[in-house]
Design a protein around this ligand. Structure first.
Ligand SMILES: [Zn+2]
Ligand SMILES: [Zn+2]
Length: 56
């Protein structure tokens, strides 16, 4: 059984059952990223950075 999904933060294929949904859009973010404190996929992360940036 193959439950691999591509992490939308680091791009690696990890097991979906060991990952977490992005808190922004619910897409797959792997456990490795989550341990490192990443709870957003790359798209949501970029959006969050642009909205929090001064003058944006
Ligand atoms: Zn990842
Ligand atoms: Zn997202």
């Amino acid at each position: 059984m193959n439950d691999a999904m591509q992490c939308r933060s680091c791009g690696r294929e990890e097991r979906a059952s060991e990952g977490y949904p992005c808190t922004g859009c619910g897409t797959f973010v792997c456990q490795v990223c989550n341990i490192r404190g990443i709870v957003l996929c790359s798209a949501c992360q970029a959006k969050a950075e642009s909205t929090s940036a001064p003058g944006a």
